[in-house]
Write a protein that binds this ligand. Structure first.
Ligand code: PLP
Length: 417
């Protein structure tokens, strides 16, 4: 149950037909049409091995972790801590002490803002983000800057959705205490040159947090190679359960940070006079966590490893290229986000048709996409639009899925055009 060794990676291109068969949810029809699921940037579907890992935990050995001497507690602890080792290996981290389990990316960013941020960001200091961030990598910094009388600075993007690196560099100063940016934009698909941006920020002495929510399921990630200080991601976008995520942090920074939430498991000893905090990573893990979720995340990580991140990247890239070309043939369609380095997100608008109407007609054709501001309102403001329609890819999507999307978009145009 706690298979912590890395699963072997198959050779050659991905067998996507076989891979699709691993996702029970994809077998269904929606409104009498085969489901075409193009909303994985919001949350991905789960392979059978992840579902089984969670189910087995509850059916066979569930108990609270870390505190029990009995057999089930030991088995649960072993499986949960095995998942931490899976994450460590997947991220290329030096130690499991650097892998903090959280509820997801949002909680990971807030943890850093509320602990490292409160201690190190003071009046007149600056926090630098970019114009393509998700709200969860904006608002925690806004809250921190407001509280600490610091300044939030924003590096702009160009019309294609790429961060203007010269502007980014110019905005860095000796006052920049922290830099936070997405690895991959959920609204535009832009892949940021995070290694380069990190190097720029480090040259100025800033601490760097990378929001890896969209990158982790799509690209190989090695936190030591990136050179950043914190890396955050969510299980539910990476074919794992919801309610579980990770904050990876450099050990020396985590050691020096005060705890965030107080409670069980984050302490060594408690008296009314004084509490001694637990060692890493437990210092940041107060209370009973999402035990089965963590175990499910470990299964998702091993599943990703067994497919191979390079092969996943190559497959998504091929489908993205096909989808980009196919969408551009639809009259009146404009892609929002055409950066040279892009991952599997296709945001678009159709002239004269509200994205919500697009989403509804597509749903009636069995095609699931997302419409709205995608929790990135400043991105929408940058393009002067209230919303986009967004088709986002998962590893199970095929060029046929994108062809089905395009056929359905022609129906939208017939109805509203
Ligand atoms: N960052 C990015 C780029 C995202 O796409 C998302 C979710 O869409 C988040 C952060 C927030 O993730 P979660 O809601 O899992 O905390």
């Amino acid at each position: 149950m706690s298979a912590t060794a890395q699963s072997p990676v198959a050779a050659g291109p991905l067998d996507v037909a076989a891979l699709r068969a691993e996702f029970p949810v994809l077998r269904q029809q929606v409104h009498g049409k085969p489901l075409v699921f193009l909303d994985s940037a919001a949350s991905s579907q789960k392979p059978q091995v992840v579902i089984d890992a969670e189910r087995r935990c509850y059916e066979e050995y569930y108990a609270n972790i870390h505190r029990g001497v009995h057999k089930l507690s030991q088995l649960s602890t072993e499986a949960y801590e095995g998942a931490r080792e899976d994450v460590r290996r997947f991220l290329g981290a030096a130690s499991t002490k650097e892998v903090v389990f959280t509820r997801g990316t949002t909680e990971s960013v807030n943890l850093v803002a509320q602990t490292w941020g409160r201690r190190h960001v003071g009046p007149g200091d600056e926090v630098l983000i970019t114009a393509l961030e998700h709200h969860s990598n904006i608002v925690p910094w806004q809250m921190l800057c407001e509280e600490r009388h610091a300044k939030l600075k924003v590096a702009p993007i160009d019309d294609r959705g790429a961060v203007l690196l010269d502007q980014f560099e110019k905005q860095l100063s000796v006052r920049t205490k922290l830099c936070a940016f997405a690895h991959v934009s959920n609204a535009l698909g832009t892949v940021n040159p995070v290694k380069q941006m990190t190097a720029m920020a480090k040259k100025r002495g800033a601490v760097v947090l990378v929001d890896g929510a969209q990158a982790l399921p799509r690209l190989p990630v090695d936190v030591q190679d990136l050179g950043c200080d914190f890396y955050a991601f969510s299980g539910h976008k990476a074919y794992g359960p919801s309610g579980i995520g990770v904050l990876w942090g450099r050990r020396e920074l985590l050691e020096a940070m005060p705890p965030w939430q107080g409670g069980g498991d984050m302490i060594l000893s408690v008296t009314f006079g004084k509490t001694l905090y637990n060692e890493l990573p437990y210092k940041f893990e107060a209370g009973t966590p999402n035990i089965a979720g963590g175990i499910g995340l470990g299964a998702a990580i091993r599943w990703l490893e067994s497919k191979g991140m390079q092969r996943i990247l190559a497959h998504e890239d091929a489908v993205l290229r096909h989808g980009t070309e196919a969408l551009l043939q639809v009259p009146g369609l404009t892609l929002v986000g055409t950066a040279p380095e892009k991952a599997g997100v296709l945001s678009f608008v159709l002239e004269g048709i509200h994205p919500h109407d697009i989403g509804q007609v597509l749903d009636s054709e069995g095609v699931a996409i997302r419409t709205g501001h995608h929790c990135a309102q400043p991105v929408m403001d940058r393009y002067g639009i209230p919303a986009t329609a967004r088709a986002s890819l998962g590893v199970y999507n095929t060029t046929e899925d994108l062809d089905a999307l395009v056929r359905a978009l022609h129906k939208v145009r017939e109805m509203f055009g």
